[in-house]
Design a protein around this ligand. Sequence first.
Ligand SMILES: Nc1ncnc2c1ncn2[C@@H]1O[C@H](COP(=O)(O)OP(=O)(O)OP(=O)(O)O)[C@@H](O)[C@H]1O
Length: 208
Amino acid sequence: MDIARRCNLLIEDLSVARGERVVFGGVSLRLDSGEIAEVTGPNGVGKSTLLRAIAGFLPLRSGRMSWAESGTTDSATLAERLHYVGHLDALKSALTVRENLEIGLGILGRDRLTPLEALARMELAHVFDLPVGYLSAGQRRRVALARLLIADRPLWLLDEPLTALDQHARTLLKAIVADHLKSGGLMLAATHEPLGLPETIQVRLRAI
Ligand SMILES: Nc1ncnc2c1ncn2[C@@H]1O[C@H](COP(=O)(O)OP(=O)(O)OP(=O)(O)O)[C@@H](O)[C@H]1O
């Protein structure tokens, strides 16, 4: 990512409903290039719902959301600027890791690392040609996270990114997140466990 490109995500007074029920309301947040926020709160309070709404998978009930960039003439939408990694890994078990990552290329485009380079960054190059169905839960998670490194998208939305990762993989993830933020990226994570990165903005959701 071009360090000269500055971006920000502005969320104002957001509320989202699932079915007839309003899950949360009054959520506001401003996130600028280089910043990370963690969304916390008890089970069922709406952390995943908030990330999915920002990703454009769920409609807003009320409130506003905007994305701004400077230093680029490309007027992409927010959906084209984000990576979303849900708590389900969205990998196809019958396909190899290589094939799964190559499908991602078609959807996300590629302008950063190759699939093999991205996998090597997550220290999993040796499983490149194995079917995903052969992998452990933590290895699957690492493959899903490797996708972040293939297409250069400034906003990362990660739902419970630490799930199934051992201590070493957590350290790898923290390093790629720190690099992303240093190069002007933004990240919003829904998590029960803090990632432990400095100056993290806290968004605490409360039951309504
Ligand atoms: N597809 C759905 N249809 C209707 N309600 C849903 C749906 N998915 C989730 N919900 C409800 O929305 C609320 C928020 O769920 P969400 O998954 O966002 O919570 P969460 O804070 O991420 O929880 P957890 O910590 O358990 O992951 C819950 O009450 C849940 O039952």
